[in-house]
Write a protein that binds this ligand. Structure first.
Ligand code: MG
Length: 218
């Protein structure tokens, strides 16, 4: 079971689903050569891809291009269907930093063929979790630096104010499609600066105000 620290307690993450937004920052959509979506668009990662802080991100055999994406992430405290934008913030239990690890070579291949992204996003260890999470009463998601370093070199450096859609809008839109449950994880998408990870790399990343995450790559 993957744990995070909240105040001085450790809690287990037990999502029924991990929902990942795509093209959530204009500069990231541009670096991928993608259009900015008119509404929040997303894919799913399996809960089996979660990795506790301090673990090792495993480059799968046959994958030549592994990419990092740091993302402001939400854990829901309560579920619902057809949640209004106005009430959506009441469903947020925790904020934390997570990585959306991506087999970019595989993603390019399936994108080109019009196939789903699941295999490029769903390997074990592809959803590393920060050591600490904060409740909305202790953390305002707005105006926070979001950053990632590989071997001490800054690769991603942006601000949560540049999210195209707010967490409330994202939760509301997703809940019109699928019933959300307490414990579900929503990764809100990555800012620009995504790039490769190689065996032996050390990744650190975070969101201002929450303890950074730390992983190695094997
Ligand atoms: Mg992502």
């Amino acid at each position: 079971m993957v744990k995070v620290r909240v105040d001085n307690q450790f809690i287990d993450l037990k999502p029924t689903k991990i929902i990942c937004l795509l093209r959530s920052y204009v500069a990231h959509a541009a670096e991928m050569g993608d259009e900015v979506p008119g509404r929040p668009r997303f894919f799913l990662k399996p809960p089996s891809s979660l990795l506790e802080n301090g673990g090792s991100i495993v480059i799968p055999e046959g994958v030549e291009e592994l990419h990092h994406e740091v993302e402001l992430t939400i854990v829901l405290s309560k579920g619902g269907k057809d949640i209004s934008v106005e009430s959506a913030m009441d469903h947020i239990g925790l904020f934390l930093p997570m990585l959306d690890i991506t087999a970019r070579d595989l993603q390019k291949e399936v994108k080109g063929k019009g196939l789903p992204w699941a295999e490029a996003k769903g390997f074990d260890t592809f959803a590393p979790v920060g050591p600490q999470a904060k409740s909305p009463k202790d953390f305002d998601w707005k105006g926070k630096r979001i950053w990632l370093e590989v071997n001490g070199e800054v690769k991603q450096d942006s601000n949560t104010d540049l999210l195209i859609f707010s967490p409330a809008r994202i939760i509301s839109d997703i809940s019109r499609i699928m019933t959300l449950e307490a414990g579900d994880i929503i990764m809100t998408g990555t800012p620009a600066g995504v790039g490769p990870l190689d065996r032996g790399d050390k990744v650190t990343a975070g969101i201002e105000g929450i303890e950074p995450l730390e992983f190695n790559v094997i």
